[in-house]
Design a protein around this ligand. Structure first.
Ligand code: ZN
Length: 464
């Protein structure tokens, strides 16, 4: 039995059902779960470890709902800098095809360190390319080493160029093997219990890189074993054209035809969704991973997130892969969500004052998506808020910093409106991953050198 006491946080934002914001707040934690939440004066006075958070703001750990960790090795690749999704993919597929198992491990550590330093405690990742003996196991091992909760998606690509798909034939896998490996991973790693560190998700990559049959079979397998389903959907106009031409349906209708809707399914992006489709997301319980940075970087468009929230769709935030965002800073992504939503509102008439002017997304709405929203999207009720019985997953930021000077009349909103900063403490299940602004579980200077060497070999083309 071990206990941890947090005291005197300038503000504790719980994101519980009442959205309580508690001045001079704290938490009492036992064995990785929250036993008490409230004003410091009402908490026990001692514990095995005590942390004084005077001058800090304390929030639930952020939840990242979409990523491709391996892409940290291919940020800012020159020929992919100024391309839309399909051209960007065609440039990068052959580079990714050179990855080794070690690259998956290193890049996972990099992405998770970045996430942890931005307040994230749970991340999903979508790995859909397995060259040269790489396995999802390499990623899972790295996540356990770093100490963040991982929803590891067994992604897949089976529809190569010669069959009318987008990826080159050299990076696609046999469907029988994909399903066999999916089952192996579920049996070996999936833990659905409260406090779980590892969950498996089945995630054929996108409508243009797998067959309808693999989508169908993956859904059957996922439901037999109670794991979630995830894919990219309605990301670009190219994809919409592809779906209509190949399958005779818009993307969501295509998913419905494959039995790929329900509370156990979440889609990345969902930029090109109309009002009727948004209503279907809400009705069927499908979740959305909103990735504003990537949608801007690839000129994909503006997802109608306010309309989704109004309709009651579950929405979380995702940084997306680092080749289409180039960073894994979840607080920055939250800020981009707010700003991009307002660009959309401006285009819809918000720059003209009047009664019909659309409401603007607020900082609290964004943080809600990044915490409890993300937890709902990943199908978890043990994370996403600071409440009795939930996992002791949180992050804290020192408010006394240049970035927030002049913004302390509303420190919670400052996290979103002001320039993104690094977390001072990030804790997962009562264990410190970031302490006093430093990674506890990774020697960053050594790691960065290793990562850069791997990236150089990969992009340069050698096996090294
Ligand atoms: Zn993605």
């Amino acid at each position: 039995m071990s206990t941890l006491l947090l005291r005197h946080a300038a503000l504790l934002a719980t994101f519980d059902d009442h959205r309580r914001e508690i001045p001079d707040g704290g938490l009492f934690i036992r064995d990785g779960f929250i036993e008490q939440v409230g004003p410091t004066a009402e908490l026990p006075e001692t514990a095995d470890e005590v942390l004084d958070l005077s001058g800090h703001i304390l929030l639930p750990g952020l939840v990242n709902t979409h990523h491709h960790f391996y892409q940290t090795l291919t940020r800012v690749v020159p020929p992919a800098q100024d391309a839309n999704l399909f051209n960007w993919l065609k440039t990068l597929y052959p580079i990714w095809g050179r990855m080794q198992p070690e690259d998956i491990y290193i890049s996972t550590q990099t992405a998770l360190a970045e996430l942890a330093l931005s307040g994230c405690t749970t991340a999903s990742d979508h790995l859909y390319i397995y060259p040269n003996g790489s396995r999802l196991d390499d990623e899972i091992a790295a996540a356990l080493q770093i100490g963040l909760r991982l929803h590891a998606s067994r992604g897949s690509m089976s529809l190569g160029e010669s069959d009318g798909g987008l990826p080159p034939d050299s990076v696609v896998e046999e469907e029988d093997f994909i399903l066999q490996d999916s089952l192996r991973l579920i049996e070996q790693y999936h833990n659905p219990k409260p406090g779980s560190m590892t969950q498996i998700v089945l995630a054929p990559c996108s409508p243009f890189s797998v067959t309808p049959e693999l989508m169908r079979q993956s859904a059957v397998l996922a439901r037999q074993h109670g794991v979630q389903l995830h894919t990219h959907l309605a990301e670009t106009q190219d994809e919409e054209v592809f779906c209509v031409e190949q399958f005779g349906h818009r993307p969501l209708a295509y998913m419905r035809s494959l039995d790929w809707v329900g509370p156990d399914v979440w889609f990345a992006h969902s930029v090109y969704t109309n009002q009727a489709e948004i209503a279907q997301y809400a009705e069927t319980g499908c979740g959305v991973a909103h990735c504003p940075g990537s949608n801007m970087r690839l000129a994909s468009g503006i997802a109608p997130i306010m309309a989704m929230l109004t309709a009651g769709v579950k929405v979380g935030i995702g940084v997306d892969g680092s080749a289409s965002n180039d960073g894994s800073h979840l607080l920055e992504e939250a800020r981009l969500a707010l700003l991009l939503s307002r660009v959309g509102a401006g285009l819809a008439g918000a720059s003209l004052s009047g009664e019909d002017s659309p409401p603007l997304m607020t900082a609290r709405q964004v943080l809600e998506m990044a915490t409890r929203g993300g937890a709902a999207v990943l199908g978890r009720d043990d994370i996403g808020s600071l409440e009795v019985g939930k996992c002791a997953d949180f992050f804290a930021l020192d408010l006394n910093r240049l970035d927030y000077a002049g913004a302390l009349h509303d420190p919670l909103a400052a996290l979103v409106f002001c320039a993104p900063v690094r977390a001072d403490y990030t804790v997962v299940g009562g264990e410190f991953v970031v302490k006093e602004g430093q990674m506890v579980t990774l020697d960053l200077p050594v790691h960065i050198e290793k990562h850069n060497q791997a990236a150089k070999r990969l992009v340069g083309g050698g096996k090294g």
